[in-house]
Design a protein around this ligand. Structure first.
Ligand SMILES: [Zn+2]
Ligand SMILES: [Zn+2]
Length: 244
């Protein structure tokens, strides 16, 4: 059984009160960590210590700036003992620890009673983190200097592909290969623009993927009308999707 709980489903501008996109898989694996991470875990009734592994797609603030608050929570409010695994683009340890230190001085070097274990994503290679098998894919987003990854994870006999932020590109189809669920950036759900998928691209993507792959649209600017698109769902804040 696969369970995807959305902590948010909006883009960086939180349009119409949609919160920044992020989701939790089977209550343990977090895909991106927006500024609202901590309050939204609490709102969903998830204990912050239930999270074992966090995947960061890229270093835009709507995808990682919630981590300092989570680390502060572990230090003062909800102590954890288990290792915390954080996967991200090259330099992930330096970026996250610097953000923690900037947000709350001495947070990074405080002994919180657990280890933070960082793993740099390497595109195209099968990797393992905390017994979870995954593969990272280089996506096309913003400028070339900003590494942006999509992740494909094998979990509970299912395969989940997460695009992070990306425009329509061939790599998206490599990422989605064999996926039961593709969680897709559809930033331009009403308009068109650079660096992200538009809703106009969705029928094209739907056609190229097998019917066995369900597509869930997220990172939205508005609610898209998916009626007429078989196997395309729309993420909403605090909604959980289950795949038996
Ligand atoms: Zn981005
Ligand atoms: Zn974003």
């Amino acid at each position: 059984m696969l369970e995807l709980s959305f902590l948010g489903s909006g883009n960086a501008f939180a349009p119409d009160g949609r919160y920044w996109s992020s989701l939790l898989l089977n209550g343990r694996y977090l895909l991106d960590a927006p500024p609202t991470l901590l309050p939204h875990l609490k709102r969903l009734g998830v204990s912050p210590t239930d999270i074992c592994t966090i995947f960061i797609s890229h270093f835009h603030g709507d995808h990682f700036l919630g981590l300092p608050f989570l680390l502060l929570e572990y230090l003062h409010m909800t102590p954890r003992q288990e290792n915390l695994y954080i996967v991200g683009p090259p330099g992930v340890e330096k970026v996250i620890e610097a953000a923690a230190e900037l947000a709350f001085p001495n947070l990074s070097n405080s002994d919180a009673g657990y280890q933070r274990c960082y793993l740099e994503a390497e595109a195209g290679r099968q990797q393992t983190v905390n017994d979870l098998s995954f593969q990272a894919f280089s996506m096309k987003h913003a400028n070339a200097e900003l590494a942006a990854f999509g992740y494909r994870l094998s979990l509970a006999d299912k395969v989940v592909a997460y695009s992070g932020d990306t425009e329509l590109c061939d790599e998206l189809f490599d990422l989605a290969e064999g996926a039961d669920v593709l969680v897709l950036d559809c930033n331009y759900s009403e308009s068109r623009g650079l660096y992200h998928v538009s809703f106009a691209d969705v029928p094209v993507i739907r056609k190229r993927l097998p019917p066995s792959t369900t597509i869930i649209l997220t990172h939205l600017e508005a609610e898209p009308d998916v009626s007429g698109l078989e196997g395309v769902l729309v993420a909403r804040d605090f909604e959980t999707f289950r795949f038996p």
